[in-house]
Structure formats: structure tokens, C-alpha cells
Design a protein around this ligand. Structure first.
Ligand code: NAD
Length: 256
């Protein structure tokens, strides 16, 4: 379905981004990976699916590096057809204690990076009259939790950016939608489980059960593979007129 297309997935060396990259690759898309940490492992996992893979290590908090990455992807593959704005970080603290440097980093990486990558990817998509922009927001783009001021603010912003991007391109073949996961057991969430276990003197299993029980009625994590299939759907012809949605996959979190 996506043979001949190129997908750039930010923050795809781990977790949800890697899951989405693999799902798009399984449908034939060439992939540009991005993110920190081990690159060889994720690259091998994606290229095992029979597509071409490359990597750019842009720090998504730095607009000049995002611009260099978009240039690199266009030179390597001709065009970015699918942009997945996924890179993100978390920090948990009450507002009065929230480190200013963490606020700035979360807004830059979780929100502004999506604006920069989108503005740089759009012209080629518009010229081709086909493009897919998928923003990985969160249930925290729809509802709030205490101690996550920067994250909730950034994710609500991402949902807003998704709608504006969709509207500005509504008469074209370029669509933009957001995915809003509940809990997904990635390094980002494992840190929160670990903090809960340490604070309350619980085992990893009990801290995990408590975390799920507080918010997610299904008491199950959503998986990167499930989120990858939603991204594949957004790229399919059936989703040609799905524009500006914030689609939660959250075990009932926001139905409450
Ligand atoms: P993760 O920590 O497994 O992956 C984050 C990725 O972003 C990694 O590849 C990391 O290297 C990359 N990254 C971090 N800072 C970066 C930077 N400055 N520049 C470039 N890359 C950077 O986390 P995840 O859970 O897979 O999160 C992915 C996205 O999903 C995030 O936007 C997160 O907010 C969102 N999300 C996660 C959950 C969850 O429960 N895990 C729920 C809802 C939304």
C-alpha cells in the first residue's frame, strides 16, 4: 500500500515511534528514523521488513537541526510523503516546583518541533497533492492530569496544530490527524512506574497495576503495534477524508 512512499518518524529509536515506523515499513514505506540512543538495533528491525532505512540524529528541540533533517530526507528519498511527529519527553512535578528548563524542553520537543517539521514538510506534500501528517499527541491532549503542566499544555497544543494543519489543506490530498494514546509501556512510562514504586514502596507489578487502575478502565496498556496500525489506517485511501481528528486509543480513559 505504501510502496514508493517515504515516512519520516521523529523519536523512532524507541517505543511508539519505532512501532509506527515498523508498521509503515511493513506496508512498504521507506523510513527515516530519528532519535537518541541505539540506532543500529531499530535500523535493523525496520530494514528486516524489506524497505530502505536511513537515520538522522536531529535534536528535535533545535529548529536548525530539524531543517537539516528534512533536507537530508528529501535528498536521500526525493520527498517526505508521511511525517509522523512523535518525539516527546515527560517531566512530573507540581507547577510551583516545575523546573523552568524542563518546561522549555517539553514545549520545544513535544510541541514546537511538530510545528517546525510540519512547516518544512508541507510544501513538497502540497506540490505532490498527497501527504500524511500524523501527530502523536496523547490523552493529555484531551484531558489533564495533575503534575504534568508542560506535557498537557504541549499535547493540547499539538491537537490544536493538528486541526489547523488539516483545515489549511482540507481541499488537497494532504491530511493531518492526531493519535491520542493512553498508557503505553515504553521507557517514558516505565520511569513513571519506577517513581511510583519508589515513592510508595511497591513492587514493579503493583505499581503498574496502580498506574493503570487510576486512569485506564481496560487495565491494559495500548501497544506500539496497535498505534502503528492506526497510523497505517490514516495513510490508507479509506482515510482520505479523515481530517483533523484527535483519535484516542486509551482503554476508555477519556470516556469517563
Ligand atoms: P520513548 O521514550 O520510548 O521514545 C521517545 C523517543 O523520542 C525516543 O526515540 C527518543 O530518543 C526521542 N527523543 C527524545 N527527545 C528527543 C529530542 N530532543 N530529539 C529527538 N528525539 C528525541 O517514549 P514513547 O512513550 O514512545 O513516546 C513517544 C511519543 O508518544 C511522545 O510524544 C509521548 O508524549 C507520546 N505518548 C506516550 C504515551 C505512553 O504512555 N508511553 C502515551 C501518550 C503519548
Amino acid at each position: 500500500m505504501l510502496k514508493g512512499k517515504t515516512a519520516l518518524v521523529t523519536g523512532s529509536t524507541s517505543g511508539i515511534g519505532l512501532g509506527i515506523a515498523k508498521a509503515l515499513a511493513a506496508k512498504g514505506a521507506n523510513i527515516v528514523l530519528n532519535g537518541f540512543g541505539d540506532v543500529k538495533g531499530p535500523s535493523a528491525e525496520v530494514s528486516a521488513l524489506g524497505v530502505q532505512v536511513d537515520y538522522h540524529g536531529a535534536d528535535m528541540s533545535k529548529p536548525a537541526e530539524i531543517e537539516a533533517m528534512l533536507k537530508f530526507a528529501a535528498e536521500r528519498f526525493g520527498r517526505v510523503d508521511i511525517l509522523v511527529n512523535n518525539a516527546g519527553i515527560q517531566h512530573v512535578a507540581r507547577i510551583e516546583n516545575f523546573p523552568v528548563e524542563r518546561w522549555d524542553a517539553i514545549i520545544a520537543i513535544n510541541l514546537s518541533s511538530a510545528f517546525h517539521a510540519t512547516r518544512l514538510a508541507l510544501p513538497a506534500m502540497q506540490a505532490a497533492n498527497w501527504g500524511r501528517i500524523i501527530n502523536v499527541a496523547s490523552v493529555h491532549g484531551l484531558v489533564a492530569s495533575a503534575e504534568k503542566s508542560a506535557y498537557v499544555t504541549a499535547k493540547h497544543g499539538v491537537v490544536g496544530l493538528t486541526k489547523v494543519t488539516a483545515l489549511e489543506n482540507a481541499t488537497t490530498g494532504v491530511t493531518c490527524n492526531a493519535i491520542c494514546p493512553g498508557w503505553v509501556l515504553t521507557p517514558l512510562v516505565q520511569k513513571q512506574v519506577d517513581a511510583k514504586a519508589a515513592a510508595l514502596g511497591l513492587s514493579n507489578l503493583d505499581a503498574t497495576k496502580l498506574l493503570l487502575g487510576e486512569k485506564e478502565p481496560s487495565l491494559q496498556f495500548t501497544t506500539p503495534e496497535e498505534l502503528g496500525e492506526l497510523a497505517v489506517f490514516f495513510c490508507s485511501p479509506a482515510a482520505n477524508n479523515v481530517r483533523g481528528v484527535a483519535w484516542n486509543m486509551d482503554g476508555g480513559w477519556t470516556a469517563q
